[in-house]
Design a protein around this ligand. Sequence first.
Ligand code: ZN
Length: 382
Amino acid sequence: MAERRVYNGGMMSAPAGRIAVILPFIFMILFSGCVTQDNTWSMTINGDQDAIINESVYNKMINCSSTYDCIKGIPLEIFLYYYGIYPVESVSFADKTYLWEDVAYVSAKDIEMMVLPNGTVFYDGAITQTDHINVDVSDLPPVSTLSIAPSILDALGIEDTEGSIIENKTDRIVLFYIDGMGYGRYLNASSEGIINNITAMGPPIKAIDVYPSISRANSRAMVTGIAPDITKGDLKSSMPDGVTILHKVSDNGLKAVWVGGISSPVYLDDHIVYNLDSNANGSQDDEVAEEAIRQYESGADLMIVHFKNTDSVMHDYGPESAEAREALSYADALAGNIIHHLDPGTVVIIFSDHGGHYTEEGGNHGTLLPEDMIVPIFVHTI
Ligand SMILES: [Zn+2]
């Protein structure tokens, strides 16, 4: 009797006891089944068991699939960005090393390096089986362009943030968005003395942008402080991933405006003023600069001024071409003219969405190359 009471007091009926014995076996069978499925193929990156590409990681990124000439895969860069392994200098597997500038060079007109659904690597017409990839990266700057949005809100007294890149509080902020001015391009132009209005803003912060290093992804990130969710796959969307700083600023009774050309890389509904090339000189940037002065003088508290021609010319002629240097110098002159109209206490930020690398046709960007991903951020109080 005593034994039976103890048994019943344990609150486990005989069938429940059997289930408790059987369940671990069921889990073991199920779990080992999953493991077997995941291990059908896998690749470690730099020998790190926490940075692995396998079927389950592949399926997580499935929305990022690309198809070229009937070959469907996911760009290797997607996985490298996911694991924070960038900016990429080179990638090695199966006893071969691929300089990323060569891979990126080809990708402008050809097929990028992809992981195929069966776990092989496809590049330049060849399919390679490997279980490990080594990636050589250059230094990752500690500051990200994602810190711009929270810093602006902090400086204007709208939302507090830790580690703001703007030291003081202010009533007015003007952000110059100079498209395609990578860190290397800035350094060269600076040493040539052709961007003196920009360099007068003091030494820049070396910053990393977000992937892909294109205007849409990076202008979305700049106005929200939110990195693109690469698992969603809509990397080229112009819809912001959250409430933008322009909306937050205007919700606080202040005036926020984006002044740009005929198109914008980010959707901002009524917070944007478009400008045509009304003098037909081939660029809207001069019209943008004139409109920016009008907007500032009519009381804009937060103004983003987008100069686009610096990128267009880089695509046509290459990032360090005479034409690209001239375009940068022209943007500098336009920015300088606006800066002369700013009141003391106004904070100036100079931002670029991405850099660029050479291709056969001129220049391009969008990759994990340091030339594409590292940009300067200037912060200066007038
Ligand atoms: Zn571009």
